[in-house]
Design a protein around this ligand. Structure first.
Ligand SMILES: [Zn+2]
Ligand SMILES: [Zn+2]
Ligand SMILES: [Zn+2]
Length: 370
């Protein structure tokens, strides 16, 4: 008999044995398959582990079988899930979280695990209910089907999108919203890491040695040139850093770029209309956050946000201040505008916080602890 067909028959027979609770015989069949049919070894190991775990109540041996199975197909969701199931039933949360960590490596697994946990909650003894087995089996089949028909399925998806653009867009948006938070966290981590590497490479602010990355920016040493500025805009901030990282931080970058804090950078372009700014300083007071009173680093901040939009209609900086002056510096305008230094303003804009405030909170905590 063809050995392929033979082990297929044995699988069928093993199922029957299981159904009639003839577990010992079923295990013997699986053992034969494990020894003789490398193509079906993985499946047989999993099935055997299930009996060993459920019926023989020997989770350790079951785990060993699964680990052997994973050697054949590493990180395959089938074995991982079974493993997770065993851990869960052992109520060993530590071990279980290890499994989840493995699962994280394979994104697809997350959903399966949560589905599994749901079922487990209703099935606290850790028995795998039949419908769940079917669910797993279907998943496996789905994946096989996908791999086989990838091209056609992709084409179908493309066509569907074309024909249902409106509803697809809505669905995309919902999904986007869901992923937004995750992406935000990832992006934050990426920024943090890139800036860490950048500060390592370039050092702190070339002028005042500021080291808090929230205040720092990349400066073109040779400055100027609208062309360069346009380029800088294209590769603003972290994207420029990402480019440097791709180049593996070559030394020659230090000839062209340096790190400056926003304040030091703005000192490079002193204000022309000092008089109106002096008046504004007297009226508003210094940077509301850090109390800096150096006119050349101050800017007008729209307290209620929407700065970019309003700047267009209300004018910016000196123009705006002159308009306020025309109104006779009314007190209530302080509810709408304030002065901030570039460092505090940009950090509040990008990060929604200023490190100064964090320092203050820490100081407060420190004194409270004392
Ligand atoms: Zn500086
Ligand atoms: Zn400030
Ligand atoms: Zn500040």
């Amino acid at each position: 008999m063809d050995s392929k067909y033979f082990s297929f028959k044995m699988f069928r027979y093993a199922i029957k044995l299981r159904e009639t609770k003839n577990y010992e015989e079923a295990i013997k069949l699986y053992d034969i398959i494990i020894k003789t049919d490398p193509k079906r070894k993985y499946e047989a190991l999993i099935k055997k582990s299930r009996i060993v775990f459920k019926i023989n109540k020997n989770p350790k041996e079951a785990l060993n079988l699964l680990i052997e199975a994973e050697k054949i197909q590493p990180l395959h969701f089938y074995a991982l899930l079974e493993k997770a199931l065993i851990y869960q039933s052992l109520k060993n949360t530590l071990k279980y979280s290890l499994t989840l960590e493995e699962a994280k490596l394979n994104n697809m697994l997350k959903e399966d695990i949560s589905q599994m946990l749901k079922i487990l909650k209703e099935d606290p003894d850790g028995f795998i209910i039949e419908s769940y087995e079917n669910y797993l089996y279907k998943k496996l089949k789905d994946r096989e089907y996908y791999n086989k028909n990838q091209e056609e399925l992709c084409r179908k998806t493309r066509d569907y999108r074309k024909n249902n653009l409106a509803s697809v867009k809505i669905k995309d948006k919902i999904r986007q919203e869901r992923n937004k938070e995750n992406r935000r966290i990832k992006e934050k981590e990426r920024r943090k890491q890139l800036w860490k590497e950048a500060i390592n490479f370039f050092g702190s602010c070339a002028k005042c040695e500021e080291t808090r990355r929230e205040f720092l920016e990349i400066d073109h040493i040779n400055g100027g040139g609208s062309k360069k500025r346009r380029l800088k805009k294209e590769l603003a901030g972290v994207n420029l850093l990402a480019k440097f990282k791709r180049l593996n931080w070559p030394e020659y970058l230090k000839k062209e770029y340096r790190i400056l804090c926003h304040n030091c950078n703005s000192l490079e372009n002193p204000k022309k209309d000092l008089k109106i700014w002096q008046e504004a300083l007297e009226f508003f007071g210094p940077c509301e956050c850090c109390k800096t009173s150096n006119i050349n680093v101050l800017c007008v901040d729209h307290i209620k946000g929407n700065g970019t939009k309003r700047r267009k209609t209300e004018g910016n900086g000196a123009v705006l201040l002159k308009r306020i002056k025309k109104l006779g510096w009314p007190e209530e305008i302080k509810e709408e505008y304030r002065l901030l230094c570039q460092n505090c303003n940009q950090s509040l804009g990008y990060n929604k916080y200023c490190p100064h405030q964090k320092d203050k909170i820490h100081e407060k905590e420190d004194t409270e602890i004392k």
